[in-house]
Design a protein around this ligand. Structure first.
Ligand code: FES
Ligand code: FE
Length: 404
């Protein structure tokens, strides 16, 4: 058995040691072998939301997305097709694309200048033998899926089949006109913690009341008892305009027929006086999609286990928790507004981002303290509360996948 195989066998063994209803054992957050296995068996085999079609409007536009040791370049090619290339040169493996985003006519490797076309095919190289066959050395491509303008990639050539789940989700997200949005702002909050602690924090609102003063003032999700029939039916009547059910659709976890088809949808009311997630409660951007009023609804959506979104009537936030190293994670927040909204006239970055900026700063802090405690010899996994079912369902899919 190689060292690698021994480490993987240990991780699989570890995956069987978790007690149902409890947090994961500490090694899941402190072991390099677990982290390496997480990237290979979980991140590389799940769909990752990397961006929006508006970020590559014309041929030659590209952006890069990195996680763990992996890097992917999303580019619109000359035929106007969006492609995802693995950012590893087919010569001796250098990163090819170094810029975070931009516009280019070719992808040229900075090491020995092998140059690839936007479709990934090798176009020029120097000093190779006469029998060198260019066609054998295209950039590897990642699997790519576009759902209502959201771009997902997966490094596996057998990615999970999301299609049936997305077909069920499509009518629920259609009113938000996601394909016609644009990215107004993105921010990264680096946290010295394992990616799973950052994701788990997002998956429960048990911490919302004690940790998020600003969020809790406006979002009834912080306290299930405050989500009264009155609030729910007021929103249901109001949002019938957009035909959106005020309900929960959960196809994640133990009840899902197919773990690869995870989707989650939940629409719930903000407290009276709040039209959207903002400091004053007033709208911060023009209505999105087909919505005809600022109805004070908040809609949570998850697509696969790694990608979360929160839709208000005027903007949509995307969240992902991107692993860098064992205990370094970027909390990435992306704010999207109507594609034709003009900054300064229709929205300002300060007002648009205020809520999820303060909330993400809170999250950075609590996740950091969480990792510090988990690193202690005294850490023992404690029992999950009734408000942490999202973590339980995440564990279910995660442990199954890494144990395969
Ligand atoms: Fe890219 Fe040599 S590694 S050209
Ligand atoms: Fe939080």
């Amino acid at each position: 058995m190689s060292l690698d195989q021994a480490a993987i066998a240990d991780v699989k063994e570890l995956a069987t040691t978790r007690q149902a209803g409890f947090a994961l054992p500490g090694a899941f957050y402190t072991s390099q072998a677990v982290f390496d296995h997480d990237i290979k068996s979980f991140w590389n085999r799940n769909w990752i939301w990397v961006g929006h079609v508006s970020q590559v409007p014309e041929p030659g536009n590209f952006f890069r997305f990195d996680y763990g040791a992996e890097s992917v370049v999303v580019v619109r090619d000359r035929q106007s097709e969006i492609r995802a290339h693995v950012n590893v040169c087919r010569h001796r493996g250098s990163r090819v694309c170094l810029e975070a985003s931009g516009k280019t006519s070719v992808l040229s490797c900075p090491y020995h200048a092998w140059t690839y076309d936007l479709d990934g095919s090798l176009r020029t190289e120097r000093e190779m033998d006469a029998d060198f066959n260019r066609a054998d050395y295209s950039l590897f491509s990642a699997s790519l899926k576009i759902f209502q303008g959201l771009i997902f990639v997966c490094l596996s050539d057998q990615p999970p089949d999301l299609q049936p789940a997305l077909e069920r989700l499509a009518p629920l997200t259609k009113p938000f006109g996601i394909e016609n949005l644009k990215v107004a702002h993105s921010a990264s909050y680096p946290v010295p913690a394992n990616w799973k602690l950052a994701l788990e924090n997002y998956l429960e609102c048990y911490h919302c009341a004690p940790a998020h003063k600003e969020y809790s003032r406006s979002h009834s999700l912080k306290d299930p008892a405050s989500m009264t029939e009155e609030l729910l039916s007021a929103l249901a009547e109001n949002s019938s305009l957009a035909g959106l059910p005020v309900a929960e659709l959960n196809e994640t976890g133990p009840d899902a027929e197919n773990l690869g088809s995870d989707i989650y949808y939940r629409r719930y009311p903000l407290y009276p006086g709040y039209k959207t997630g903002s400091r004053s409660g007033k709208p911060v951007a023009p209505l999105v999609g087909e919505l005809t009023g600022y109805d004070g609804g908040a809609t949570d959506v998850m697509i696969g286990p790694l990608n979360s979104f929160l839709a208000y009537a005027d903007y949509i936030v995307g969240y992902r928790f991107v692993p860098r190293t064992l205990q370094e994670t970027d909390i990435q927040i992306v704010w999207m507004v109507r594609g034709d909204a003009v900054e300064g006239r229709d929205y300002t970055i300060d007002d648009l981002t205020w809520l999820w900026d303060v909330t993400s700063q809170d999250d950075e802090r609590i996740i950091r303290y969480n990792q510090q405690g988990v690193n202690s010899v005294a850490f023992r996994p404690g029992p999950l509360s009734n408000m942490e079912w999202g973590i339980e369902t995440f564990y279910h899919g995660y442990l199954q996948r890494i144990g395969e």
